[in-house]
Design a protein around this ligand. Structure first.
Ligand code: GUN
Ligand code: FE
Length: 485
């Protein structure tokens, strides 16, 4: 059974598909309707039966395959802080909870042990591509990239740039030091060994799973000359992604405007320094003004919607439906530890709730040209699935490589089980499984509708116990059935 996002309005659910992955971990082909009896015929027609190095994996009736989750915004060093500091809003939370933890990563031994546990947890939650913030430390950030590389996850890793309005013992001493450290980390990551890939592969960076990303933490902690220097680095390499925070909290916005009085809006600050472009990932965007949404759309930047964090830090509710109606790219972010869960499933659940909260106070249509699809409505399952996969892929400029299944794309995938035997009886429970015929194969016989029911149950009631295997570029790197060597 294969689940495949198509767009915000639609996803495919094929109960009997056959998908072929080549030796490099790319998808070679997909046949959407292959009854069990015809599997051998299809493989023979594709010339696979003569080959000795082909293995056929058949899923159980209670299992399905879907693209891996894409987390467009998280902080690896904040994983130990998950569930801490529920009483704070953003600026106090940074000062009292977050910066003290991040400072500890100056100790490379602490960094290594903590990052190993954090990355293992993120992978086992089904995140196959992740945009990570590290800390301001050069050595610890290199260690983070090394661990992600070793574990085989696809990722963007950024050393935070932060040279003002931070604690005296957790701040970069100068713009020069911040920029030198950034160059150091970028070249370290770019020198990590790549996977074997044929030289004629159409995607230049296909063999490289871990990439650097420029990470000015947010406007408040960046001096104008730091933003200028980062902008210069960005202009030297148009493929270099950029990530930062925007318009998360009302006090943050007020402070930002006071620091950059020449800029009319928060988005203006980043735009003025040339940091808004097609591969910029902007986290939160809770309180964007009309003209900010327009500039984000024009620049082709993407939004990381972090609903768990936006609720948890009492930041507000992002009007995601309106962003989508305007044609802005949107993905999901866990924003650990502003968000208290490393799982994109939690982000999906809270994105649904957030859209329902927004729908309580419908907004008159600002765009009479476009009939609003999402602005005033709960996001449907198709849109939630899209945000968690293909939408996120577009936000981090990987839409041609990951986020859905298609020939030529990388096989980044999850094998999901909704059987209570997977260890999460909260989904249906053994008795309900029996009644619904999950184990006996009703899922397959039930066809597309039944498979979609399984997908919805996983998205709203599932957790990492339901994720049996996590594949990145065709290799199993995690999940409940994965065993450490
Ligand atoms: N703004 C600046 N730094 C942070 C951070 O670590 N988390 C969140 N949620 N917002 C930020
Ligand atoms: Fe964040």
């Amino acid at each position: 059974a294969v689940v495949n996002p198509v767009n915000l309005h639609h996803y495919d659910a094929h109960p009997h598909a056959l998908l072929c992955v080549d030796a490099y971990g790319d998808i070679a082909w997909i046949e959407e309707h292959v009854p069990d009896a015809l599997v051998q015929d299809v493989m023979a027609k594709r010339g696979l039966l003569d080959s000795t190095d082909v293995s056929l994996i058949q899923l159980k009736k209670s299992e399905f395959l879907m693209p891996g989750f894409i987390d467009t915004h998280t902080h690896a060093p904040q994983v130990p802080n998950m569930g801490a500091g529920q009483q704070y809003e953003l600026l106090d939370w940074l000062e009292h909870v977050t910066f003290p933890m991040e400072k500890r990563f100056e100790d490379v031994k602490f960094a290594r042990e903590t990052y190993k546990a954090a990355i293992r947890r993120v992978i086992d939650c089904g995140t196959t591509t992740c945009c990570y913030y590290a800390t301001l430390h050069v050595e610890a950030t290199k260690i983070l990239a090394d661990i992600i590389h070793e574990y085989g996850q696809r990722a963007f890793v950024g050393k935070c740039n932060m040279n003002r309005n931070c604690p005296h013992d957790y701040i970069e001493p100068s713009t020069e030091a911040s920029i030198a450290g950034t160059h150091d980390v970028i070249s370290h990551i770019q020198r990590l060994p790549s996977l074997p890939t044929p030289s004629e592969h159409p995607h230049a960076d296909a063999s490289q799973l871990v990439h650097p990303i420029l990470t000015p933490r947010f406007a408040i902690s960046s001096t104008p000359d730091l933003l200028s220097a980062l902008s210069a680095i960005a202009h030297g390499d148009s493929s270099l992604r950029i990530q930062t925070h925007i318009s998360e909290n009302v006090h943050e916005i007020e402070f930002t405007k006071s620091l950059f009085p020449e800029c009319k809006t928060y988005a203006d600050v980043y735009d003025k320094y040339g940091l808004l472009r097609h591969n910029t990932v902007l986290a939160h965007a809770v309180h964007l003004e009309e003209e900010e949404m327009e500039v984000v759309r024009q620049r082709g930047s993407g939004i990381s919607h972090c609903p768990t964090s936006n609720f948890n830090l009492t930041s507000g509710v992002c009007k995601v439906g309106e962003l989508l109606d305007r044609g802005i790219k949107v993905g999901l972010g866990t924003d650990v530890s502003g968000g208290f869960s490393p799982s994109i499933l939690t982000a999906i659940q809270h994105a649904s709730i957030a859209s329902k909260v927004v729908s309580f106070t419908p907004k008159p249509d600002h765009h009479p040209k476009h009939k609003p699809h999402f602005a005033n409505n709960a996001l449907p399952v198709s849109a939630l699935l899209h945000l968690a996969t293909l939408g996120g892929a577009h936000v981090c400029d990987l839409g041609s490589r990951v986020g859905s299944f298609a020939p030529g794309k990388a096989f980044d995938a999850l094998v999901v089980s909704v059987s209570s035997r997977a260890g999460n009886p909260a989904i249906w429970g053994v008795e309900v499984d029996e009644a619904l015929g999950i184990e006996r194969g009703l899922a397959g016989h039930g066809g597309e509708d039944h498979l979609k029911r399984m997908v919805e149950a996983f998205m709203f009631c599932g957790d990492d116990r339901n994720i049996l295997r996590v594949y990145v570029q065709g290799r199993v790197i995690g999940g409940r059935e994965w065993k450490r060597d």
